[in-house]
Design a protein around this ligand. Structure first.
Ligand code: HEC
Length: 294
C-alpha cells in the first residue's frame, strides 16, 4: 500500500494547484493580461479550471486502477496463483489494428515454402491498412459524386472564377465608396455630403496647423490664391496624400482613406476666397483657375 500513499500525496498537490491556479492568474491580471477583456478572461479561467478538473479526474482513475491491480495481486497470492495482468485498453486497441500474430504462435501460419532456410509467414493485411483502403474507396466515391456528377462543389477553374468575381465585386464596391480616387482622377465635388464629410476630416486632423477656417498657422493659409505646391485640385490632393515631410506636413495617405482625402480636398477648395480673420500672408505662387485649363 506504499504506492497508494504516494498517489494520495499527488492528489493533494493537484488539489492545491486547482485552488492556487486561478489566484495567481488573477494577480497577473493587472499587468500582462490587460490586453484581454473581461469576457476573454472569464473564458480562459473557465478553460483553465476545466483542464485542472480533467487532470484530477484522470489522476483519480489512475489511483483506482492501481487499487484494482493491488487487490488482484493480493487475491491471487491468497489462492496461491500467479497474477496475470490484464492487457491495457491501448494494447488491445493496438493489437486489433495490427492483427499481428504473436511470435510464439507464428508456427501456426508458417507456409511450407522454404528457400534455403528462409521461410514465409501467411500474415494477412493488417486491419489498419484495410480500413484505410476502404475509407479511400468511400472518399473517392463521395468526391467523384460531389465534384463530377452532381456538381455541388466547384472544380479548380470554377473556384478561380468565383474568386475573380468576388474580387471584381469588392473592387466595384470600393470604387463606389470613392476609394478608387487618386491624384490622377480626382474632381472637385460640390455634393454637401462630401463637403461636410471633408469638414469633419479637416476639423479632426488639420486644424492644429491650418487653423479652424484654414487661415493658416504652422501650415500655410489654405484660403488664398497662393500655393506652395500648386493649387489645382489634383495638386492639393497630391500634397495631402504625400505630405511635405521635411516641412512638417504629414503624408496623410498613410492615415486617411482615399475617400476621406477626396472629401477634405473638396472641402479645402470651398475655402478659397473666404478671407478669414487673421489670415496668414500668402506663400508660394499665385494660382488661378485659368491656369488649370492651360
Ligand atoms: C503638423 C502640422 C500639419 C498638419 C496636422 C497638417 N498640415 Fe498641411 N501643411 C503643414 C505645413 C507645415 C505645410 C507647408 C509645407 C511646406 O512648407 O512645403 C502644409 C501644407 C499643406 C498644403 C499645401 C499648401 C500649399 O501652399 O501648397 C495642403 C493642401 C495641406 N497642408 C492640407 C492639409 C490637410 C488637408 C491636413 C489634414 C488632413 C493637413 N494639411 C494637416 C502642416 C500641417
Amino acid at each position: 500500500m506504499n504506492n497508494f500513499k504516494t498517489y494520495i500525496k499527488g492528489l493533494g498537490v493537484c488539489m492545491l494547484l486547482l485552488l492556487t491556479g486561478p489566484i495567481s492568474f488573477a494577480q497577473s491580471e493587472g499587468s500582462t493580461i490587460a490586453l484581454l477583456n473581461t469576457t476573454e478572461m472569464m473564458i480562459i479561467l473557465v478553460l483553465f479550471v476545466m483542464l485542472l478538473v480533467l487532470l484530477v479526474a484522470f489522476y483519480l482513475l489512475t489511483i483506482l486502477q492501481v487499487m484494482v491491480r493491488e487487490d488482484g495481486i493480493r487475491k491471487a497470492k491468497e489462492k496461491g496463483l500467479a497474477y496475470i495482468e490484464e492487457p491495457s485498453a491501448w494494447s488491445k486497441f493496438y493489437d486489433s489494428l495490427t492483427g499481428a500474430v504473436p511470435i510464439e504462435k507464428e508456427n501456426t501460419i508458417v507456409l511450407d515454402h522454404d528457400y534455403d532456410g528462409i521461410k514465409e509467414l501467411d500474415n494477412h493485411l493488417p486491419p489498419w491498412w484495410t480500413y484505410m483502403f476502404y475509407a479511400c474507396i468511400v472518399f473517392a466515391v463521395i468526391y467523384m459524386f460531389l465534384y463530377h456528377v452532381s456538381g455541388t462543389l466547384p472544380l479548380q477553374t470554377q473556384e478561380y472564377e468565383i474568386a475573380m468575381a468576388e474580387a471584381q465585386a469588392n473592387k466595384a464596391s470600393a470604387e463606389a465608396d470613392g476609394n478608387a480616387v487618386d491624384e490622377s482622377n480626382i474632381v472637385f465635388s460640390e455634393d454637401p455630403a462630401v463637403i461636410s464629410s471633408g469638414k469633419t476630416v479637416y476639423n479632426r486632423n488639420c486644424v492644429a496647423c491650418h487653423k479652424a477656417a484654414g487661415e493658416g498657422g504652422i501650415g500655410p493659409n489654405l484660403t488664398d490664391d497662393y500655393w506652395l505646391h500648386g493649387g489645382s485640385i489634383q495638386e492639393i490632393y497630391n500634397t495631402i496624400k504625400n505630405g511635405v515631410p521635411d516641412k512638417g506636413m504629414i503624408a496623410w495617405g498613410e492615415v486617411l482613406s482615399p475617400a476621406k482625402m477626396n472629401d477634405v480636398t473638396s472641402y479645402i477648395h470651398t475655402l478659397k476666397g473666404t478671407n478669414p480673420a487673421g489670415a496668414k500672408e500668402p506663400q508660394g505662387e499665385l494660382y488661378t483657375e485659368k491656369a488649370e485649363t492651360e
